[in-house]
Design a protein around this ligand. Structure first.
Ligand code: IFM
Length: 445
């Protein structure tokens, strides 16, 4: 099966960037050559990861990066989005781990030599455990440590990096980690969740200042994940619940960045749940952005809940992905246009989009036709947003290869490349071949 885009499609214009994405903890392995992080601790806690696995080896990417760069190049992408392991670069005593830094320098040089643009995320959830031991994101000082780390990286990498994102999905590092308790460090406390969100946004603002000073040539910004919030029924109570969820999960992160304030829902928080916000913080957070990365997977349906304002209603009707997430491509167009109409956005990239599917390797092939359809529909949804007047400059498939899917372990496969974890052999799935054909077709356009 092929992915087809109209030959007039804006996605086929030469300056539209196609890429694939990964994150350090999910693929790197070689845990012995970096500092432990909060996800190592979480994985070592019984019951936290569904299959009891960890990130100690993952896709063994630190040892196999040369092979992986060839794989990326063979896909014909313009860009590769990766994240850095903070603890592979800055040691517990504050010194720089030159071996770790060198690993990234070599990788970035190899990408550059193949004309592949590097989109580097500084923080994709793997906080060094030594910082967690001092309070982690609950400690305001972590935000300043993050800016120091951003400066080290920007100075070391020079022009090797096309784009820096400060954070990936602060919603996950705040809400999933400190309110839902399903991500490291596994806390369930509303005040802490809101405080962590604030410190993450502060960290973003401080790091943006460092990036704009030390990497002014790069496109500097942040990556947020959004999900359209729909009411379970037409009742006023459910519609209100969906509006509150939209403020709590989506606008809580974008409004401070673009308008220097939190959504009005902040005022409805009980006094004991409010985050501490110091004078001047909101101005630091609202640094001008060169780009906004948007990650999209699905929509979320909410109903009113007298105790917790709103609760989500898990989808039951197909089509669902292997994560149990509803396949809802029109939600991508909807949320993009909602954000476009509500804010003055910088140029947008879809920095993650993809699906976990129950892939099977048979005769050295993975016929993941459902994923091919998923990409077809979501590329069309991206195109629809562009046609409605929005500027979108690129699209990254999540993920380059199967990897450690956080609390789900290795059982959920998001890759367009299949990884056999016993042998570390990589095999292109049908979706990788379909995307490769799109990328190639565009170059000949
Ligand atoms: O695997 C994750 C990624 O690390 C962040 N965004 C969502 C993906 C799928 O859950």
């Amino acid at each position: 099966m092929k992915i087809t885009l109209a030959h007039t499609s804006r996605l086929l214009r030469p300056d539209f960037i196609f890429g694939v994405a990964t994150a350090a903890f999910q693929i790197e392995g070689s845990a012995d050559s970096r500092e432990p992080c909060i996800w190592d601790t979480f994985c070592a806690t019984p019951g936290r990861i569904k299959d009891g696995s960890d990130g100690l080896t993952a896709c063994d990417h630190v040892k196999r990066w040369r092979e992986d760069v060839e794989l990326i190049a063979a896909l014909g992408v313009d860009a590769y989005r990766l994240s850095l392991s903070w603890g592979r670069i800055i040691r517990r005593d504050g010194s720089i781990n030159s071996q770790g830094l060198n690993f990234y320098l070599q990788l970035l040089d190899a990408l550059k030599a193949r004309n592949i643009k590097a989109f580097v995320t500084l923080y994709h959830w793997d906080l060094p455990q030594y910082l967690q031991d001092n309070g982690g994101w609950l400690n305001r000082d972590t935000a300043y440590k993050f800016a120091d780390y951003a400066k080290v990286v920007a100075q070391a990498f020079g022009d090797r990096v096309h784009s820096y994102a400060t954070l990936n999905e602060p919603f996950c590092s705040a809400y999933l980690s400190y309110e839902a308790g399903i991500h490291a460090p596994g806390v369930q406390n509303r005040q802490q969740g809101r405080q962590v969100a604030h410190h993450l946004l502060l960290a973003h603002g401080l790091a943006m200042q460092a990036l704009q000073q030390y990497a002014p040539q790069a496109l500097n910004g942040i990556v947020l994940n959004f999900s359209p919030c729909h009411p379970a029924t037409d009742s006023e109570a459910d519609r209100r619940a969906a509006r509150m969820a939209d403020q709590y999960h989506n606008h809580w992160y974008i409004q401070p960045l673009l308008e220097g304030c939190y959504p009005p829902l902040l005022n409805e928080l009980a006094p004991e749940d409010k985050p501490e916000i110091q004078d001047g913080d909101m101005a630091i957070i609202a640094q001008s952005l060169d780009f906004l990365g948007i990650n999209y997977y699905t929509r979320t349906v909410y109903r009113a809940n007298s105790k917790a304002w709103f609760s989500d209603v898990p989808p039951t009707q197909p089509p669902l992905t292997d994560m149990g997430w509803e396949i809802y491509p029109q939600g991508l167009t909807e949320i993009l246009l909602a954000m476009h109409r509500r804010y003055t956005l910088p140029p947008v990239y879809i920095t993650e989009n993809g699906a976990a599917m129950p892939d099977k390797l048979e005769n050295n092939e993975v016929q993941d036709q459902a994923r091919v359809v998923y990409f077809q529909q979501h590329l069309q949804a991206t195109e629809d947003a562009i046609n409605a007047g929005m500027r979108i400059d690129g699209y990254f498939a999540w993920s380059l290869m199967d990897n450690f899917e956080w609390a789900e372990g290795y059982a959920k496969r998001f890759g367009i490349v299949y990884v056999d974890y016993a042998t570390q052999q990589r095999t292109l799935k049908a979706s990788a071949i379909a995307l490769r054909d799109v990328f190639a077709g565009r170059k000949n356009n």
